[in-house]
Each structure stands twice: as structure tokens, then as C-alpha cells.
Design a protein around this ligand. Structure first.
Ligand code: DAH
Length: 339
């Protein structure tokens, strides 16, 4: 009896830490044809009937205990090996040196577009979009820019497919798309990318962003234009800044104006950024030219409207005090991380 108990506890100890090969050997050693327990069962004939029964049942019990311990150990070995395999073969998408995971942020130009859009949305404007690849009609003709106008020069415009198409030089082209599709009242802003065939320097880039604005209805006046743009500048830059409207010229507006705001850096005292004038040119605007309404079949006797165009990079540079437009396109993370 004691022998059998001892055999079981000895076997258990060995099984506990055995690998697969050892397990097979242990199986033979204890349960095989000439195994320890098999030997005991074979030798039962020498005992009395009572002892036969007792020892026999003990030995059989021991056999099944050892058998199941071996099977359990085999199962857990399988699991251990699988775990290890999973650990070694796992694709580590996030190596530990990436933690804490870097937080992204909006590009300052995107941030500005969102900020400007939010102000105009609060003033009742909807956001519209239009194509970057345009025809002469949308970019020039319909906007009252005649055939021989200098803006159409090859030097300023990227023409594509032998003058048939072009990359829009301003977002004003979307005014035409919007008015073709919608009857007045119309009140939209259009943020978008535009292209100019020109060399880049600290304040010019051949690809840049504009936000166009257009409001058309009965009885829209220059006062609406002044109030809206003044309110925009105040909400976006700060209420204490003065705003002024200067006469200007654009083909698609009459009268036309340029809007200056008091330099936010020196508060009008004069500094390097405003070239000592105290003023900063912010955007172009005007009352929609009747010829533009004619082009989209709007009744120019019934409706009036105003339009404006904002240079996004310029506003971004003013807002964040950036002095070179090229910084906005280099995608240097050390620069972008500051926003
Ligand atoms: N399209 C002009 C430009 O690219 C900007 C502009 C000026 C847009 C006056 C307007 C406007 O809608 O009324 O320089």
C-alpha cells in the first residue's frame, strides 16, 4: 500500500516539470508493459484474495491517476508552447518606444480654415465646395474677366490640355457653380486650394488656400458687406482692432474694396510686420458685378450681393506670427508641433 502511494507521489513530482519527451518515458516507466504498476498488477497472483482485491484496486487507481496527470501535463505544455509562439510571432504595431503615443494636431492652415469657417457659420453662412480643375468659363469669363485680361496670362495660370482646362487661380470660380445650382438667397463660404504659376518666396507659393464668400438676396447692400467683414475680423482677431475699407478694383465686383485691419502686433503704432503703416491688408471684396449675375441667369434688377476673398495663409501667418509662408509647406514636425 505504502509502496503504491509512494510510487504515485514520486511520479507526480516527476510529471510536474516534465517536457514532452520525459512524459513519454514516464508513461513507459509507470504504465508500460513492463512498467512499475503493470509489474505490481502482474504479481497479484501471489497474494490472498483479499490482498489481491485491495492491492489490485489501489494499483489500478494509481494507474489512472498517473495517466491523467501525464495527460494534464501534456495539455498544459501545449498551451505554454502556443502562448510562447503567439508572443514571438505577434506583429508589434506599437513598439514600446512609441508610448506615450504622440498626439496629432491640425496643421495651422487647417486650423485657420476651421476657425474662419466657424465665425462665418455663426453669421449664417453655409460651407460650399467646388472643383480645382476648371474651365475658362468658371475661372474667368463668367466672372467678367475678359479674354485679354492680364490675369489670364500663361505666367499666372496653369493651363492644362492646351488651354482647355486650367487649375483655378481663385475660389471665386465656385461663386458661379453655386449660383448656377441655387436660386437666391445664397449665403456661402468656400474654402479651397488655388494655384498660381509663380515663383515661391517668403510670401508667395504656387499652391495656397483661399476662402471665398458670397451673399445674394434682395436688398443686400454695401453696409451688409461692411458689417459682416468687420464682425468677422473682430470675432477672429479681437474686438479692439480697427478695420478700414479702401477702394480697389476687381473685375467681378463693383464697387470693390480692400479691407485692412489694425496691425495686431503693434496695435497700429507701426512695426516691421505692418511696414510701419499700422495697417495690414486682410482681404478683397465688393458688390457682385451685374455681369456675373447675367452669366448665371440671376435677375440683376431684383438681386444684389456681396463677395469677398480671404487669403488663408496670410491670415494664418498673422494669427500665429509666422514670417515665412514656406514654413507652412515644409512639414517640419518641429514647426508643426507648436500648434
Ligand atoms: N479672387 C480674388 C483673388 O484671388 C479675391 C477676391 C476679391 C474675391 C474680391 C472676391 C472679391 O470674391 O469680391 O485675388
Amino acid at each position: 500500500m505504502n509502496d503504491i502511494e509512494q510510487i504515485v507521489s514520486e511520479a507526480s513530482k516527476k510529471i510536474k516539470n516534465a517536457d514532452n519527451l520525459t512524459l513519454n518515458n514516464l508513461k513507459t516507466e509507470y504504465l508500460g508493459k513492463s512498467g512499475v504498476l503493470t509489474q505490481i498488477l502482474k504479481s497479484l497472483s501471489q497474494y490472498s484474495i483479499e490482498d489481491k482485491k485491495r492491492i489490485g484496486s489501489q494499483a489500478n487507481k494509481a494507474k489512472s491517476i498517473i495517466e491523467s496527470e501525464i495527460e494534464n501535463r501534456k495539455d498544459s505544455l501545449k498551451k505554454i508552447l502556443l502562448d510562447e509562439k503567439m508572443r514571438n510571432e505577434r506583429l508589434d504595431y506599437f513598439p514600446s518606444f512609441y508610448f506615450p503615443f504622440p498626439k496629432g494636431s491640425f496643421h495651422p492652415v487647417v486650423e485657420t480654415i476651421r476657425g474662419i469657417s466657424a465665425v462665418f457659420k455663426s453669421l449664417g453662412f453655409l460651407v460650399a465646395q467646388g472643383p480645382e480643375l476648371e474651365t475658362d468659363w468658371y475661372n474667368f469669363e463668367a466672372l467678367n474677366i475678359p479674354k485679354n485680361h492680364p490675369a489670364k496670362d500663361l505666367q499666372d495660370t496653369f493651363y492644362i490640355e492646351g488651354m482647355k482646362n486650367l487649375l483655378r487661380t481663385h475660389t471665386s470660380s465656385v461663386q458661379i457653380h453655386v449660383m448656377e445650382k441655387h436660386k437666391p438667397p445664397v449665403k456661402v463660404i468656400v474654402p479651397g486650394r488655388v494655384y498660381r504659376n509663380e515663383a515661391s518666396d517668403a510670401s508667395h507659393s504656387s499652391t495656397f488656400y483661399q476662402i471665398e464668400g458670397l451673399a445674394v438676396d434682395e436688398n443686400v447692400t454695401f453696409v451688409d458687406l461692411k458689417v459682416t467683414l468687420t464682425e468677422f475680423i473682430h470675432r477672429f482677431f479681437g474686438y479692439k482692432l480697427n478695420v478700414r475699407f479702401r477702394p480697389s478694383h476687381f473685375q467681378f465686383t463693383e464697387p470693390s474694396a480692400e479691407v485692412d485691419m489694425q496691425c495686431p502686433f503693434c496695435r497700429g503704432k507701426g512695426c516691421k510686420i505692418c511696414k510701419n503703416s499700422g495697417w495690414i491688408e486682410t482681404l478683397g471684396c465688393g458688390m457682385v458685378h451685374p455681369n456675373v449675375f447675367k452669366a448665371v441667369d440671376y435677375d440683376y434688377e431684383k438681386y444684389t450681393g456681396y463677395a469677398f476673398g480671404i487669403g488663408v495663409e496670410r491670415i494664418t501667418m498673422l494669427k500665429y506670427g509666422i514670417d515665412d509662408i514656406r514654413l507652412l509647406y515644409e512639414n517640419d514636425l518641429r514647426f508643426l508641433k507648436q500648434f
